[in-house]
Ligand binder design. Structure first.
Ligand code: 5GP
Length: 203
């Protein structure tokens, strides 16, 4: 027998034709680049745009990279139940808008959530159906160098993110797949294969 309560919750979250693809990985692992390549290869994939209380980085645009919110705007979104999940990461809040995700899934599009580990674990616990993929770095040293190289965070923030990564890596085996990002095009191709395989299994 299946657990009916759990299934109903999952269905309510996720009545769908499209596939929900949940990707996590430490900050600086190169998720953005890998996922961009994946989306170029598969235009049916719609990236979800999260809301965050983090300040925009140089070059980021509201409504494109994130919906940038004040603390009280974010509070209101929580109160209204607008998030599928939300979490605090490195002192800022990030949340996945429920309506955007379910509208796209219901229209048959695959939706990509690039969210932190806490958020992904919440979705797993809620029984949200999808494929859960963790992108891992070759090592924490490589990760630290990448964070330094992109030059968007100061040293203290880099160390906070490396510390967060240490914990995140302890959770990777809870995901359906772990992909190590050594070469961007290889990691993107690996994820493409995973998606293709999941779709075949769904049929
Ligand atoms: P960044 O500040 O580097 O843009 O993002 C920091 C972390 O927050 C990343 O691990 C990113 O995947 C995660 N994140 C972005 N949007 C969401 C979201 O909607 N929910 C959760 N739980 N994490 C998110």
């Amino acid at each position: 027998m299946t657990d009916k309560t759990k299934k109903t919750a999952a269905e309510a979250e996720n009545i769908k034709n499209g596939l929900l693809i949940i990707v996590s990985g430490p900050s600086g692992v190169g998720k953005g680049t890998v996922l961009k390549e994946l989306r170029n290869a598969d235009p049916n994939i719609v990236p979800s745009i999260s809301a965050t209380t983090r300040k925009p980085r140089k070059g980021e645009t509201d409504g494109v990279n994130y919906f940038f919110k004040t603390e009280s705007e974010f509070d209101l979104m929580i109160e209204r139940g607008e998030f599928m999940e939300w979490a605090v990461f490195s002192g800022n809040r990030y949340g996945t808008p429920r309506a955007y995700v379910s509208d796209n899934l219901n229209s048959g599009r695959d939706v990509l959530l690039e969210i932190d580990v806490q958020g992904a674990l919440k979705l797993m616990n809620d029984g949200a159906e999808g494929i859960y993929i963790f992108i891992a770095p070759e090592s924490l040293d490589v990760l630290r160098e990448r964070l330094r190289g992109r030059g968007t965070e100061d040293e203290a923030e880099i160390e906070r993110r490396v510390k967060a990564a240490e914990w995140e890596l302890t959770q990777k085996d809870k995901y359906d797949y772990v992909v190590i990002n050594r070469v961007v095009s290889d990691a993107a191709a690996e994820i493409e294969n995973i998606i293709r395989k999941s779709k075949k299994q769904e049929k």
